[in-house]
Design a protein around this ligand. Structure first.
Ligand SMILES: Cc1cc2nc3c(=O)[nH]c(=O)nc-3n(C[C@H](O)[C@H](O)[C@H](O)COP(=O)(O)OP(=O)(O)OC[C@H]3O[C@@H](n4cnc5c(N)ncnc54)[C@H](O)[C@@H]3O)c2cc1C
Length: 392
């Protein structure tokens, strides 16, 4: 028996943040849309985001909060679907939320509220959802034809919203990149972003027994810097400052960490009456570093005599702790995948391929990656809305 092909105006591969936003916008405009999702439920990443509370946007969202080979590409979509647009949706659904820090908006209750909201918008817009859809083959003649484990689908438009490679355990696959290649679109090699860094074994021996200790630092690499918390892990460094800088870090580059941002640690010794001994230096360090880290820093960096020169050197070292990570914790722990479908291939207004009419790429699979703090969802919403509004 031959399978019946189900026909739609648009097929959306991937029922995550970007795919669902696209489906909802297209559905609202009367398009007949199907979402094909490999997992047994939609939006798994939305559910685990922000520690379960979903940092769903950032009110200070600017193009500077994104990495891309073309820093201008994201501007158009971000300007046409803003954090205020998403907040209006959240408020329409009476979802309680709060600003945590640095403009980051979180649900008061749970990220389930955000997923529930989008699912209900999709239902209202008449979007058809097909779960457990294992995509076997995609081809194009007059229309796009998708063979999946649960049927054959056909439409004039195909939107690829299958995300990046981060967290294979919850279903990340390379389908988006594979399809881009199949249709002749260039890819910027992907790499794990927002990911803990692994320290060289010498540094690990010195610091990693302090797992769980955190401090406010400035982490710098490749001309970028972030002032936020750093966390010591059993294999290296994490915490927001390090996650942010990890997206810019490339193999064998150094990361410089200022352990005392904006402070002069040895200032107290300018007063000649201050006793020049370890005790004084220790209590100065302990004013801004947790005790265990302050003590360890002193053990590993204090010179025998506290001469002016030695203090100067100590001051400098404390502001420029330089480490050369051996790697990252990889896609298993990365919050995002940087790189992806080359933005030169896509229209910045609609996310449609310039070469293949009717083929769209949205969300994390595109070479646009947000900083930590709600920016990746804002990109998913904005690029999803851009494509959804363009589907005809
Ligand atoms: C632990 C964690 C926490 C995060 N927290 C935040 C946060 O608080 N704020 C924030 O802004 N960002 C956060 N992010 C990043 C954010 O989740 C992603 O950037 C965003 O979900 C990307 O949306 P997307 O729709 O492009 O991809 P996804 O949300 O990953 O959706 C892709 C969908 O495609 C499906 N799929 C994959 N392969 C196939 C296939 N072969 N066939 C069919 N379907 C397929 C997947 O199952 C998935 O449902 C977090 C990420 C992680 C991993």
């Amino acid at each position: 028996m031959t399978a019946v092909t189900q026909s739609f105006d648009a097929l959306i591969l991937g029922g995550g943040a970007a795919g669902l936003m696209c489906a909802m916008e297209a559905g609202k405009r009367g398009r007949r849309v199907a979402v094909l999702e490999r997992a047994d439920r939609l939006g798994k990443k939305i559910l685990i985001s922000g520690g379960g509370r979903g940092n769903f946007t950032n009110i200070h969202c600017r193009p500077e909060n994104f990495l891309s080979s073309n820093p201008h590409f994201a501007k158009s979509a971000l300007a046409r679907y803003t954090p205020a647009d998403f907040i209006a949706l959240v408020e329409k659904h009476h979802i309680p939320y709060h600003e945590k820090t640095l403009g980051q908006l979180f649900c008061d209750r749970s990220a389930r509220d955000i997923l529930g909201m989008i699912e209900s918008e999709c239902r209202e817009a008449g979007v058809s959802i097909f779960l457990n859809s294992k995509i076997q083959d995609v081809s194009r003649n007059t229309e796009f034809v998708v063979h999946a484990s649960n049927g054959e689908f056909q439409a004039a438009a195909l939107v690829v919203a299958t995300g990046g490679l981060s967290i294979p355990k919850i279903g990340a696959t390379s389908l988006g990149y594979d399809l881009a290649r199949q249709f002749g679109l260039k890819i910027r090699d992907p790499w794990p972003g927002l990911v803990p860094l692994v320290l060289h074994e010498d540094d690990r021996a010195l610091y990693c027994d302090l797992t769980g200790v955190s401090a406010e630092v400035i982490a710098s690499c490749d001309g970028q810097q972030f002032r936020e918390k750093m966390l010591i892990t059993h294999r290296g460094l994490s915490g927001p400052a390090v996650l942010q800088i990890s997206s810019y870090w490339k193999k064998s580059q150094q990361v410089v960490i200022d352990l005392a941002p904006g402070l002069e640690v040895t200032e107290v010794f300018r007063d000649p009456r201050t006793p020049r001994n370890s005790g004084t230096l220790r209590s100065e360090l302990r004013k801004f570093l947790p005790n265990r880290l302050a003590d360890r820093w002193l053990e590993t960096h204090e010179s025998a005599s506290l001469t002016n020169k030695a203090l100067q050197e100590f001051e400098l070292q404390t502001h420029t702790w330089t480490v050369t990570p051996t790697g990252t914790e990889g896609y298993e722990k990365a919050e995002v995948t940087a790189g992806g479908v080359d933005t030169d291939e896509l229209s910045a207004k609609t996310m449609e391929s310039r070469k293949v009419p009717g083929l769209f790429f949205i969300g994390e699979v595109v070479d646009v990656t947000g900083h930590l703090g709600g920016f990746n969802f804002q990109w998913a919403w904005a690029s999803g809305a851009a494509a959804g509004r363009a589907l005809s």
